[in-house]
Design a protein around this ligand. Sequence first.
Ligand code: 3HC
Length: 314
Amino acid sequence: MLTQTINEEKLLAEFEAKINAEIKIEPKDWMPDEYRKHLIRQMSQHAHSEVIGMQPEGNWITRAPSLRSKKILLAKIQDEGGHGLYLYSAAETLGVSRDQFIQWLHEGKAKYSSVFNYPTLNWADIGAIGWLVDGAAITNQVSLQRTSYGPYSRAMVRICKEESFHQRQGYEIMWRMMEGTVDQQKMAQDAIDRWWWPALMMFGPHDTDSPRTSLAMKWRIKRESNDQLREKFINKTISQAEIIGLKVPDPNLIRNEDGTFKHGDINWDEFWQVVGGNGPCNQQRLEHHFNVHKEGAWVRESAIAYNIKHTNNQ
Ligand code: 3HC
């Protein structure tokens, strides 16, 4: 028993030396159980978010106002599906199967980003999602490019290249609406009113209320804390809103002398209600995912059968 403890301590010291030397941890490397568990949770939830996030936008493909906007939205949604696949593949390197991730999602044991549990009421919402939700996601994902786990870091590098297009196409929708009729301007302002706070909640609870942040920072899974990333997003986005004439719905927003901002209180009761499954669309999102996953079983089985047949014939 004593030998095992000494050996584990040696392995942990070597692991932490690699982390501190900015050497990526790879799937076959020794890692503490807590490191593996944190990544399995975070990476699978990240993947679920990418896939579930396709639903609110998918509702507007057939109602896009022009062929150009329909093509852009289709490209974006297709990207999100691909991001989910990269992330499931990266998460599987930790020793958990994709089927197991999907099962945990359907059983309510795994989460996805709370922001996707709000309804998309009109086309301005599609602009707000691209600009604010993907803008928040980019802020987090650019930081995660430097995460200590190799497969996650490499997936982030690939995903971030596509996310910047997502944010810009959303901002363009909002910009065009603010150059449009008074009714279109009102729609755009109503959309930021409804999506601003759920976008801030994407970064998670305050650092003081985030049970995982300290270990995640120590082992460089996270390179910046929830609050640091939230502030980075706010400071970048408010000037973008002001340029096109939109007002951020925060009556208690403070503009600091250095040009940064201090946001008003976030409604954490709402956050935990939505995270806990009681948001406006939680049930609809999960039911849709469950039904489509069941209906798509034949596609997965056919692909597996095809691969087995062609692998055996080689
Ligand atoms: N939605 C749902 N659950 C959330 C949440 C949110 N916005 N923020 C926090 N939580 C959950 C956490 O999962 C954790 O619950 P758990 O222990 O049951 O998993 C609990 O609240 C406490 O939060 P912590 O801050 O302690 O948890 P984390 O350290 O995991 O930090 C996080 C939360 C910042 C979201 C982190 O998990 C993270 O960086 N994840 C990767 C990025 C990600 O998932 N982004 C989601 C959006 S992806 C996207 O938007 C796609 C884009 O293309 C549109």
